[in-house]
Each structure stands twice: as C-alpha cells, then as structure tokens.
Design a protein around this ligand. Sequence first.
Ligand SMILES: C[S@@+](CC[C@H](N)C(=O)[O-])C[C@H]1O[C@@H](n2cnc3c(N)ncnc32)[C@H](O)[C@@H]1O
Length: 261
Amino acid sequence: MSLGQNASWTERKTDERGRRALERQLEYQQDKSRSLSDAEDELVRANFVRSQQVRQKIESVRPISAADRILEVGSGAHGLVFGIAAGYGIGLDPLAVEYKTLFPKIQRTAPTVAAIGEALPFADNSFDIVMSDNVIDHASRPFDVVDEIIRVLKPGGLLYFTVNVHHPFYDLASRLHGTWNALGIKLELSAFADHTIHLSEDRIRGVFASQPINIHSQASNVATTRDIQRRAAFNGVDSLLKKVFFKNALFELVAEKLPLN
Ligand SMILES: C[S@@+](CC[C@H](N)C(=O)[O-])C[C@H]1O[C@@H](n2cnc3c(N)ncnc32)[C@H](O)[C@@H]1O
C-alpha cells in the first residue's frame, strides 16, 4: 500500500518498519531454500501433517466441503493452504512471487497472489474459510489485517487464526526498538526487527472481542511456555530474560462470522 504525500511521520515510519521486517523475512527464506536444496519433499510432508491437524480443528465446527472457497492470508513459503487438500484454496502473501521460485514443489500445490493483508484484493463476504497462521505481527498494520480478514469472510464462514504472544515486557521493548530506529539510530535486535509488534494475549483477545464473530475456541500455551523457559538451561541474556518474561507462546482461535444484520 503506497502512502499519499500527506502521510504523517508516524505513518511513514510504520511503513518502513513493515518493509524492513519483510526484507528480513525474504533473507531468512532465501537462506532456508539454499539449505534445503533437495530436501523440499520432507517440507511438503511435514506441511501436509500440520495442515491436516489444523483442518481437524476447523472441522470441529463443521466439515470442509470441496465447494468451500478458502483463503490463507500470509501463506508464506509453506503455509496451511498448501497442505489442507481442499477444493478451492488460494494463498496470499506480499512475497508470493519470490516464494514460488524459492520453494517450487510446495508452492505449486495452491495458487497464490502477491498482496498485503491490510488491503485484501477480494470482495466483502467472499470466502467460506479464512486462515492466518503466525502472520499479523509481521505486517505494518496488524489490526487492519484482522479487519480485512473479517470483511472478506462470508457470514457463517470460519476463521482459523494464530499469532505468537509474549509477556507485556516485549511489547514495551518492541516499541522502544521502533522508536530508536525511527529516530535514525540503526541498531537492530533480530526479534524486534523481524516483527512489527509483540502482542500480549490480553491484547489479541481484545482485538477479536470487538469483531462480529462467534468464538468457538481460543487458547494459548502461555503456562507451558513459561514453565519450559523457566526450567531451561542458562544460555545467555536472551534465555535469562525468558526466565523472567516468557516469550513466543502460541495463541490460537477458531471462530465463525456472525450473520449480517
Ligand atoms: C512467519 S511467516 C508465516 C508464514 C506461514 N503462515 C507459515 O506459517 O508458514 C509470516 C508471513 O507473513 C507475511 N507477511 C508479512 N507482512 C504481511 C502483510 N502485510 N500481509 C500479509 N502477509 C504478510 C510474510 O511475507 C511471511 O510469509
């Protein structure tokens, strides 16, 4: 999305942060593609298993039919749409073109479109199922992506969504990281440069609480993650921080869009 000439300083810096996170994602996937070389078959298999597990979670609400129109927002190098094995599935990712070259075997199992989640190129109420797995904290405007997902979902359509959640300490650290980089101090810490935001569980629950959806399940593995990180061997500052402030738990939600009024 290109900003107009009247964009504020904050809007421009928000965009820059998203672009930088995307550059880093591409570098990461290029390295991965090189290291995989002939092992893409294994990636295809592992992706199929995970996608089928997610399919079961969606089907706990209702079976997926071959006629269902499915969209994955942020389908990435090897997202769910490539292994869900349904009739009509399409992936969307700003790096869709690059991923086709980097991971040809898995990418040919579903069509993809290069676009951003903040401006989905689809009509209102046009998909039966929308999935977004570990994406919005990479986007320039994460909550606009959520609004767009709900917009394109049909009333009665199903949403499968995940995002990593963290102790609120990392939200503060991420904001500081954004501020000093926006002010021109080019000091990048990987976790905060790869992401545009670090969400707490309360914050993401709040975002979905105001959407026109019926939530079938929402849960996180914060307790297990905190426990594992507390018990882990000391391995530098990062592991010490995680012992006090847990990091990278998974929040997962399955919901259905409410009928339009
Ligand atoms: C951590 S990866 C997850 C990819 C995939 N869902 C998976 O689990 O394998 C995050 C993805 O979000 C994509 N992304 C970044 N900004 C985005 C945006 N504004 N809208 C949609 N996707 C975006 C990145 O290109 C990347 O492929």
